[in-house]
Design a binder for this molecule. Structure first.
Ligand SMILES: NC(=O)c1ccc[n+]([C@@H]2O[C@H](COP(=O)([O-])OP(=O)(O)OC[C@H]3O[C@@H](n4cnc5c(N)ncnc54)[C@H](O)[C@@H]3O)[C@@H](O)[C@H]2O)c1
Ligand SMILES: O=C(O)C[C@H](O)C(=O)O
Length: 326
């Protein structure tokens, strides 16, 4: 029997939590032979709801689920965690942009970063989902100086999956026939869904994608505004697709992406002229140990403008919470 992997999930009593936990316990994250221990964190008022989820998890009789721990204390939730999925935060409602959540949610990530620093495994893999995800990840990383920056990431995978599905629909192809897509930048309306390097069935897709008007006026804005469209339609922000993207992100990071390009928001190392430190969506291939950036892609004038808009926004967000970075 393998040693169980300890997975901390924050915001466990929320709607993404409910769509995420059962899939992790079922083996969708780490595979059919990897036992897991779930360490669930939410606020004190949600302890009852988490106990109910614990009962339901038990009632599923998942063979891989070794233990469930329920707490309102981050230092308990993150103790010896191998993986931490930070979902707990306020979601936006109609009329808000994700950056409007900065003031509401920033403090959460400073506190949780300190707790990760104190008690998590030194090689913990942290995924920030709570919005604004990129800047919350920056806050958590700064609050955890004893952890390597490569432990931290923020989620842009939902946008990547949205772009892939939309392109497949446009080309009347299956989703898995499409590869080498990228979503650059911030998980916000400035994100840049980029299919310039995309392959369809392993062949360059450029012949099929010559319609620059469709790219600029339909594809890029539709991907960028998909979260808003879902809030408008559902009255609540996306949950099942967000949980699914969190599983895809962490699964590929831990188990490898099988040579496929995936988009992850990582602390910039200065590549592509992106200022160091800010969390920026980039293309990576995961080898089962780490995420390796795809380097040297051509950045033309339009792409440079799009990247710069995301940089400007992330620098503004960083400046708004600078007091949390000291
Ligand atoms: N990055 C993405 O692609 C993406 C996609 C969808 C949603 N989100 C974000 O994920 C977050 C959660 O969304 P949701 O729909 O599950 O919201 P939700 O309101 O249903 O659940 C959030 C949960 O977090 C808990 N929480 C709040 N503060 C906490 C804290 N300090 N510690 C622990 N738990 C805390 C709440 O009590 C609640 O149970 C939101 O910020 C939302 O905007 C991100
Ligand atoms: O848009 C939101 O606020 C929720 C989430 O980030 C999404 O992209 O669906």
């Amino acid at each position: 029997m393998k040693t169980p992997t300890r997975i901390a999930v924050t915001g466990a009593a929320g709607q993404i939590g409910y769509a995420l936990l059962f899939r992790i316990a079922n083996g969708d994250l780490l595979g059919p032979d990897q036992p897991v221990i779930l360490q669930l964190l939410d606020l004190p008022h949600a302890l009852g709801a988490m106990r109910g989820i614990d009962m339901e998890l038990q009632d599923c009789a998942f063979p891989l689920l070794q233990e469930v721990l329920v707490t309102d204390n981050p230092e308990v939730a993150f103790r010896d965690a191998d993986i931490a999925i930070l979902v707990g935060a306020q979601p936006r409602s109609k009329g808000m942009e994700r950056k409007d959540l900065l003031a509401a949610n920033a403090g959460i990530f400073a506190k949780q970063g300190r707790a990760l620093n104190a008690v998590a495994k030194r090689e913990v893999k942290v995924l920030v989902v709570g919005n604004p995800a990129n800047t919350n990840a920056l806050i958590a990383m700064h609050a955890a100086p004893d952890l390597d920056p490569s432990c931290f990431s923020a989620m842009i995978r939902l946008d990547h999956n949205r772009a892939q599905a939309m392109l497949a629909l446009h080309l009347d192809k299956s989703v898995d026939s499409i590869s080498q897509l990228i979503v650059w930048g911030n998980h916000s309306p400035t994100m840049y869904a980029d299919y310039r390097f995309a392959l369809v069935d392993g062949q360059s897709a450029s012949f099929a994608l010559r319609d620059e008007r469709w790219n600029r006026e339909v594809f890029i804005p539709t991907v960028a505004q998909r979260g808003t469209a879902i809030i408008e339609a559902r009255g609540q922000s996306s949950a099942a697709s967000a949980a699914n993207a969190a599983i895809d992100h962490v699964r590929d990071w831990v188990r490898g992406s099988g040579g496929r390009w995936v988009s992850m928001a990582l602390p910039s190392d200065g590549g592509y002229g992106i200022p160091e430190g800010i969390f920026f969506g980039v293309p990576v291939v995961c080898d089962g140990r780490q995420a390796n950036r795809i380097r040297g892609l051509d950045i033309n004038t339009f792409a440079r403008e799009k990247l710069q808009a995301a940089v400007d926004e992330l620098v503004q967000e960083r400046d708004a919470i600078r007091h949390l970075l000291d």
